[in-house]
Design a binder for this molecule. Structure first.
Ligand code: TXA
Ligand code: MG
Length: 325
């Protein structure tokens, strides 16, 4: 038996016993529990410090299992599931009876996805049921993209950390409300709006201020300890140096077009030119600048196309007013 299979078996045992397992996915690490175990699901909320009204995502092992978890699969949802699963797409549909209300925050809809990660898929296959998992961070904080991030942040609060290496995509899944005739994006993420539109053959609305309770839509979320300030790309260096001059410990997200430019700041990360690389590194950069003791991060948002839409969304949330959390 390989070490990986041994770990997956251990994780499945912990889930069966009502425990919590941190599991790797292609987007970020999740904090998982047996979706049908209300007590275990409730523990996720306590560990995260997340209000119980905020719904979780149910992770399943394959698109063919979707009907087991929802009341009805509209044709559009079927098309999206078949095209994008396994992958960073979450579909919101009407809740089936297997899903306890604890997992949906009392809603009659449920969010479901099939993660595209070999270790997560092996776990889901061996466990056999659904695994509810929010990102494995404390409420409002930066999502973890390595097993070490989870260990540092949650420690003993999680029964087992299943290490699947660093996450390939690095930002969370795209959430699509597929309950109605016309799907809409509730949270931009790993599947781009352009790819969804190409498959659906119509434009998709992005509801960044939906009435649905989406914690990613709190003004401040995905936030490091340091305050995040967003400015135009050509102002990043000047703003950073001015703040450093005032005594701040400034961390800089240097836009790729200024990659070689010297900056007087406490810490500098150069943003990769490719949005895929930027998405993969984004949360690691935020953690790194926190670790280096920065109290202020100056960044700019990328062009909001492709993965740039999700990156810009997370940066804006990170820069949102803290009092709202
Ligand atoms: O990539 C991801 O989606 C990661 C990995 C672990 O799968 N998970 C993740 O979970 O980001 P979390 O809990 O941090 O974010 C889940 C989002 C929340 O914004 C939640 O409000 C939304 O999904 N959600 C869950 N159920 C919903 C529902 N019934 N209606 C609308 N939004 C829902
Ligand atoms: Mg989260």
């Amino acid at each position: 038996m390989t070490a990986r299979t041994r770990d997956v078996e251990k994780a499945a045992g912990v889930l069966r016993a009502g425990g919590l397992v941190a599991l790797p996915t292609e987007t970020v690490y999740g904090l998982g529990a047996n979706a049908e175990d209300s007590a275990a699901v409730s523990r996720i909320f306590r560990v995260k410090g997340r209000p119980p009204s905020h719904p979780l995502i149910v992770h399943i092992g394959g698109a063919e299992l979707l009907d087991d978890w929802v009341e009805h699969v509209p044709a559009t949802a079927r098309v999206l599931a078949e095209r994008f699963w396994p992958g960073p797409l979450t579909l919101v549909l009407r809740r089936g009876p297997r899903v306890p209300l604890e997992a949906t925050g009392g809603l009659e809809t449920v969010a479901v996805r099939v993660p595209d990660h070999p270790v997560a898929l092996e776990l889901l296959s061996l466990f056999g049921g659904g695994v509810t998992a929010p990102s494995a961070n404390r409420f409002g904080q930066v999502s973890p993209t390595t097993a070490q991030h989870v260990r540092t942040e949650l420690g003993d609060a999680v029964d087992f950390v299943l290490d699947g290496g660093p996450c390939e995509i690095g930002v969370e899944s795209t959430i699509v409300d597929a309950t109605g005739e016309l799907p809409s994006i509730l949270r931009p993420g790993g599947v781009t709006r352009e790819d969804l539109e190409a498959v659906l053959g119509c434009p998709l609305a992005v509801h960044s201020t939906s009435r649905v309770r989406v914690p990613g839509q709190h003004p401040s979320h995905y936030a490091p300890r340091a305050r995040v300030v967003l400015v135009e790309p050509e102002k990043v260096i000047a703003e950073a140096e001015a703040a450093q001059e005032l005594g701040h410990k400034v961390g800089v997200f240097l836009p790729p077009s200024f990659a070689e430019a010297p900056v007087e700041a406490h810490a500098v990360v150069t943003v990769p030119a490719s949005t895929a690389a930027y998405a993969r590194e984004l949360y690691g950069f935020l953690r790194e600048l926190d670790q280096q003791g920065c109290d202020l991060i100056i960044a700019s948002v990328p062009v909001e196309e492709g993965l740039g839409l999700a990156i810009a969304n997370r940066l804006r949330r990170a820069a949102g007013p803290r009092s709202a959390v």
